[in-house]
Design a protein around this ligand. Structure first.
Ligand SMILES: [Zn+2]
Length: 424
């Protein structure tokens, strides 16, 4: 054990990871999560089960374990060998990994949700510890592995005007009187006015009775079905029809009209700051986040919706989100850096016969092989790796990756801007 610990302070450590079988996940071998999981731990896949998320990290709800050492979690191992995190990380976040890396296989839409900032998370956790399980914020970033669709942030004021004009069912549901009233109250200040309208419509929509929502939805769906015979529906309208089939009578179907519908190509990324509404709709992605599982839901879900918390926490920022393309680090690696301290993600696509070096950083990294096979080397370890392999790299480890096939891997680490700033 002692020598094991010493070796691992510089070498790579293979991880055995967990999955989540949420019912929005893809089913059986259709799910990349299931295929990665099978290869990662040699577990049998249940072909009828949903495989939604593959988790790589130390979060209690889906911990990773050290391969080859029975029942030793990555969390306990880090606590026994805190040096593997590097001083900067230990000083800032203590003896734990500050980020959680995931692969998601989305078969049908996830709930519309937002994640609290640190202050609100602490408050919610104190108030309802069984709903809000930790006191941390959860900024997140998704990188598309396939074509990937999401709802993210509120639409612009211009688009909101169009929605209110062309979707009378929304106005009806929130009652014309109060929506118009807000328009006049806030008229003297352009920006405040629009945000006021959006906030008021969203809050009222989320708060009206279920019957009102049911009625508005059935009117909307009937109308769209009728109109689809004489005109091409917009992509947002098609989305509404699709979501209503997945979540009949759900307020989220109407709320979706107020959010941006974003379509990502493989390699595109999206980050989601605290208190921004979003929902992943379909596709597969890499996701990285601060180590937390705090979610406040807004619809497209049979689960608990905390309307009051949700409506008061949102920023009501409007307009399209930024789509990240990554910054090239070298010929094979692009880095995606969100405006959060806890993490960054590298996407590496190696040609057959190529090799690349990930220089040592003063913080820990987690690598996952998405496809192909090859070798990963440090000064004190060498591992054959293939699809599903997940490895922890301690602070300071320089990692050389070479491949005889084509290889795609991702590396998550603490935001290197934070790591490097702390050094100067
Ligand atoms: Zn989220």
């Amino acid at each position: 054990m002692e020598s094991n610990g010493r070796k691992h302070e510089t070498g790579l450590v293979k991880l055995k990871c967990s999955v989540q079988n949420y019912d929005w996940g893809r089913i059986g071998y259709d799910s990349r999560v299931a295929r990665l999981f099978e290869r990662n731990c040699g577990c049998q896949i249940d072909e009828k089960k949903h495989y939604a998320e593959f988790w790589m990290g130390t979060h209690v709800s889906g911990p990773s374990f050290i391969q080859g050492i029975d029942d030793l979690s990555l969390k306990s191992w880090i606590q026994q060998n805190p040096k593997v995190l590097g001083d900067v990380v230990v000083d800032k976040w203590g003896h734990d990994l500050p980020f959680l890396l995931k692969v998601l296989s989305v078969g049908r839409s996830l709930s519309i949700q937002a994640h609290p900032d640190k202050e609100l998370a602490g408050f919610l956790h104190k108030l309802q510890p069984n709903v809000y399980k930790d006191a941390n914020h959860k900024p997140e970033m998704a990188l598309a592995l396939t074509e990937f669709e999401a709802l993210c942030g509120f639409i612009s004021s211009e688009e909101l005007d169009v929605v209110l004009e062309t979707v009378p069912e929304i106005k009806e549901a929130v009652s014309n009187a109060s929506a118009d009233q807000n328009l006049t109250v806030d008229k003297h200040n352009g920006e405040v006015k629009e945000e006021g309208v959006l906030r008021s419509i969203f809050t009222q929509l989320m708060s009206v009775d279920r019957e009102v929502i049911s009625k508005a939805l059935s009117q909307l769906i009937n109308r769209l079905n009728r109109e689809s015979e004489t005109r091409q529906l917009t992509s947002k309208e098609q989305l509404v029809l699709k979501l209503e089939k997945q979540y009949p009578n759900d307020v989220g179907v109407l709320a979706a009209l107020l959010l941006n519908h974003v379509k990502l190509e493989p390699g595109d990324g999206l980050y989601i700051a605290a208190n921004e509404p979003h929902a992943y709709l379909i596709g597969e992605c890499i996701e990285c986040m601060a180590a937390s599982d705090n979610v406040v839901r807004a619809g497209l879900t049979p689960k608990y919706i905390d309307v009051k918390t949700l409506c008061s926490m949102l920023t009501y920022k409007q307009g399209l989100p930024e789509v990240l393309k990554g910054t090239p680090i070298n010929q094979y690696v692009r880095r995606y850096t969100p405006p959060f301290e806890e993490f960054e993600v590298d996407r590496c696509v190696l040609d057959q016969g190529a090799s690349v070096v990930f220089p040592g950083l003063p913080g820990p990294s987690v690598f996952v092989i998405i496809s192909g096979e090859g070798t990963m080397q440090t000064s004190s370890s060498e591992d054959r790796v293939s699809e599903g392999a997940t490895l922890f790299a301690p602070a300071g480890a320089e990692v050389r990756v070479s491949t005889d096939s084509e290889l795609q891997l991702y590396r998550a680490g603490v935001n290197s801007k934070v790591l490097l700033n702390s050094l100067t």
